[in-house]
Design a binder for this molecule. Sequence first.
Ligand code: ADP
Ligand code: MG
Length: 629
Amino acid sequence: MEPKQKKNLARILIAAALTAALHFVPVTGAPRFALYMIPYLTVGYDVLRKAFEGIKNRQPLDECLLMAVATIGAIALALYQKSGDYAEAVAVMLFYQIGEWFQSYAVGKSRRSISELMDIAPDYANLEGEDGRPVRVDPDEVEVGTVILVQPGEKVPIDGVVVSGASSLDTAALTGESAPRDVAEGDEAVSGCINLTGVLRVRTTKEFGESTVSKVLELIEDASARKSHSENFISKFARVYTPAVVGSALALALLPPLGLLLAGRAPGWGTWLYRALTFLVISCPCALVISIPLSFFAGLGGASRQGVLIKGSNYLETLSEVKTVVFDKTGTLTKGVFEVTAIHPEHMDERQLLHLAAHVERYSTHPIASSLRAAYPDEADGCSVEDVEEVAGCGITARVNGSAAAVGNERLMERVGARVRACELHRDGTILHVAVNGEYEGHIVISDVVKPHSAQAIAALRGCGVTRTVMLTGDRQAVAARVAGELGVDEAHGELLPQDKVARVERLLDGRSSERERLAFVGDGINDAPVLSRADVGIAMGAMGSDAAIEAADVVLMDDDPLKLATAVRISRKCLRIVKENIWFAIGIKLACLALGALGLAGMWLAIFADVGVMVLAVLNAIRCMYLR
Ligand code: ADP
Ligand code: MG
């Protein structure tokens, strides 16, 4: 508990005890009034002050003013009617403060859990000192390419590559994955992970500000600023609601007595004033105003604990309405780690063909490229590679030792004018054709495997209400069909260029029966940016290490596991269900109490009790969003 919360709790307890004690003190008149003012002011002084400040700043219609008007009104009424019933006003303030206290506690709790996540922020980086001992520096000052030391128990402060040492990294804060990840020389060390066992020397590949940890923190901080439809609904609602309620209260205080007066009966000003005041107290929509943003806030926090970063509550809401999921194939449903399964050269020998292809791919970040480089690692052999040009969705052309080489699919071969010879052996494999100076030189058959959880993820998505799954790929249709069949994806479309993927997604968007049936696109972020932004919600996989993914997507899955996708949809649905429960619950009880209050069937005690009760339940319900799985 924070000091302020402790102080407020003490105020509440003292005022409650005093009021209870006063119940047994038989004084009347002015002393009684003075005695009751002690607990009233103890518990309510800040509300009165805020109400007064609100009037001064000309934005008076908030809940503090409602409370102040209602309680001062009740006291005035008790004085006027000489009933001495001041306990009511004190109780109203008391319950209001209990509700407020409860809310600040809940908000504090969800903020804390978000800041637990923030705990991935490193405080320092270790440079290697002259005597080999670590020297702490500000991570912001470490330049790219510096070797830093990460000792067991410390966080990796900056993204880099392990140059020596072996250890396991705890990635739980980033990915929600509890099993540690083993790293050794040559592996990537992602910032935000905790080094568990061995000392690592890491050569940084990014600046601190560009590292995963900084990006993730930035994202979490920005997320709460983007409001969802439900939140906007509430602020629109409030703009109509507050004046309507104040108007109704005034009408309630004036019209019935005037009517009675005209009819020649006793007007009963006191009764109607009391009902109007009760009406005001009941009307305060605290439960709604508080619980909805809190639900989204908690939902965003809960999702990020599972390794799903959602860039705003609007996307959380969209995600909950997803009916169609469109997947990219390579790197999303498949591992994107290709193995060379066959080499069929026309003129050169197999090694030469592989050598040529690996060189053309030397500078590309495409998964195919890194796989070929892994298959032919001998880089420093003095060959020259110039004029590299990547043709998205087709392949790469480059000048290797002076000759124009091209590596890619049939479309690329067409472009360079080489006559392809189809592969008879591997009809449904991914095939890389190679041409030199427009002459066909043969092909390399590579194969990728589906990720272990892909099929399960498709089934899980179906389980949470997704009705259509589609796979789009630039690979051959035969490969697309085989993979889709293996995974249980409804439709597969192959041989698509990046712009064709956008067109496909647009066609799917146009073809749906309602705007509310949202479409999500899931890709690995590499050359998917246009589609990611075209879909209702763009989801990128494997943010650990890939900037492109964090930049382009609305939702980022920290690791490569497609099951996280189902987790994301499930969390969003549950969170939205909680939000809706709260909206209906709060509005329903509120309207019922308002009706009872206007009819004089509910007094101020019941009103405030209902209000605080609804608020406490709504807030408790909202907190559940943080623990969704
Ligand atoms: P996906 O849609 O499966 O993610 P891409 O659109 O990235 O695939 O690529 C589509 C096809 O283009 C690949 O299957 C391959 O035939 C060819 N291609 C793309 N990039 C390269 C590359 N760097 N080297 C060779 N071929 C490539
Ligand atoms: Mg791709």
